[in-house]
Design a protein around this ligand. Structure first.
Ligand code: GLN
Length: 486
């Protein structure tokens, strides 16, 4: 087995037994990156030298001692670029560390670089990046999903042992599903957002993308916890997720299957793979029950009102004065703001600022924004009532497998529908996990989403882990274009 193929739990064991050194691990990863990156383009920035310096001094008995990690390009790492894959942040260097970066550093992790994404995390394919396309490791003609497409493609192609992403409406789970890795969106408030570039502050959460569920648990326990710098983080105890993975039995469990997630239009092979996974849980002793989340059809519309409203306010700070790129030719201050933003933002970001400004404008605020807030409450209540009778829900992560580059990029509405099964989880503030559960006949990964109540990550992680253990999951090596006859 190649060194780059290891999971972080395997690496931890080998590092602690001194069978491997952090320098060997880091060098092996960088040679893998050198080999694969020209095909995939998962990274916007790499810092080999800094990683090696760090590897020399790090203590291996720390929770992530000597483990290299990739970070999405919208999380601040002091003195490094944090571009959010946008032109407007060209040249910007972060002046401070996000709380998750402080926690990872304390835990002994080695930062290797920044992963590509849709500009400001707006998108489902990473095609909205100003720094170039990322390719899906299973088929280089296809997108890796988004917005954390770089993180997912890096983990799936073993160019990263693990990565952080951010999820506002599905941006961790959907790319994990498209690339065939594990992605977890934690409960809102579980992980500090301090130092995460805000898109829609009431929905954004940072979370792990990994090769196995066990690794997601290890990473989650490091990055979680209350942070006085983020007043939306909660004072909740952080369970030792990795130690709770095997304490759960499916014998007394009821797993819900929401009928609204099995709509027409869902790909036949996806449906089949999800049904097979559901049958597998049944064979392990779980009771499967059909449930209803009646407000599901309104989730996408509600999300695009709330997320754009918040984005229009959050992105007002990029005015050419405080961050990054500045317009060079302008007449007066107003013109300067306008030109900086016009030159710096891509078309999807502009579309969202326009939409968000519109739904917040006087006269439309009640009709759109306030109404969307009410529907959000209904969606939340739907989940609370089904969680009275079941411990978790099983759904597809995405209605289809990875689509072709360019296939949806001219049709924003089609693109918005890529998140139809992930968005409600963010609106309700609960947690969701995507794990690989099969492949299409074209060899594309299919993702199963396991949704849990707020603060019950240990339950969905244990269910996911049981699935991987009982099916003998080994993180595969994708073909990286070798399946294509040229
Ligand atoms: N695809 C969704 C959007 O474009 C979700 C993005 C995200 O979760 N950051 O808004």
């Amino acid at each position: 087995m190649n060194l780059f193929e290891y999971t972080i739990s395997e690496l931890r064991r080998l590092l602690r037994r001194k069978e491997l050194s952090p320098t060997e691990v880091t060098e092996a990863l960088f040679s893998r990156i050198a080999e694969v990156e020209p095909k995939i383009n998962a990274y916007n920035y790499l810092n080999h030298e800094r990683a090696i310096e760090r590897a020399k001094t790090v203590h291996v008995d720390l929770p992530l001692g000597g483990i290299p990690i990739a970070i999405k390009d919208n999380i601040n790492v002091r003195a490094e670029p944090c571009r959010c894959a946008s032109k407007i942040l060209e040249g910007y260097l972060a002046p401070y560390n996000a709380t998750v970066i402080e926690k990872l550093t304390k835990a002994g992790a080695i930062l290797v670089g920044r992963t590509n994404m849709d500009e400001f995390a707006m998108g489902s394919s990473t095609e909205n990046s100003a720094t170039g396309l990322t390719k899906n490791p299973w088929d280089l003609q296809r997108v890796p999903g988004g917005s954390s497409g770089g993180s997912a493609a890096a983990v799936a192609s073993h160019e990263a042992f693990c990565a952080l992403g951010s999820d506002t409406g599905g941006s961790i789970r959907q790319p994990a599903s498209f690339c065939g890795c594990v992605g977890l969106k934690p409960t809102y408030g579980r992980v500090s957002r301090y130092g995460l570039t805000a898109f829609a502050s009431s929905l954004d959460q940072i979370g792990p993308l990994t090769k196995t569920v066990e690794d997601a648990a290890l990473l989650l326990e490091v990055i979680s916890g209350f942070d006085p710098n983020d007043n939306t983080s909660e004072k909740m105890p952080v369970p030792r997720f990795s130690e709770l993975l095997e304490t759960l039995s499916l014998k007394n469990m009821v797993l819900g299957v929401p009928k609204e997630y099995f709509i027409e239009g869902i790909d036949g092979e996806v449906r089949e793979a999800i049904n097979k996974a559901i049958a597998h849980f049944e064979s392990l002793g779980a009771k499967i029950e059909e449930v209803s989340l009646p407000h599901t059809p309104y989730a996408v519309a509600t999300y695009y009102i709330l997320a754009t409203a918040e984005a229009s306010a959050n992105l007002a700070r990029f005015d050419g004065i405080r961050y990054g790129r500045r317009a060079k030719h302008y007449e007066d201050l107003l013109d300067y703001y306008g030109k900086t933003r016009d030159e710096g933002f891509g078309s999807e970001v502009k579309r969202r600022i326009l939409l968000g400004t519109y739904v917040l404008s006087s006269g439309y605020y009640d009709a759109y924004y306030l109404r969307a807030l009410k529907v959000k409450e209904k969606i939340k209540q739907d989940f609370s009532s089904v969680f009275k009778k079941c411990q978790a829900l099983l759904t597809p992560t995405s209605p289809f497998c990875a689509f072709r580059i360019g296939e949806k990029s001219n049709d924003p509405l089609q693109m918005y529908l890529a998140d139809i099964f992930t968005i409600a989880v963010n609106l309700a503030g609960i947690c969701g996990l995507s794990i690989p559960c099969g492949q299409s006949t074209e060899g594309l990964p299919i993702g199963l989403q396991i949704i849990g109540p707020a603060w019950k990550e240990e339950v969905i992680l244990a269910i996911g882990h049981l699935y991987q253990k009982s099916t003998g999951w080994k993180p595969p090596i994708p073909p990286l274009g070798k399946n294509v006859i040229e």
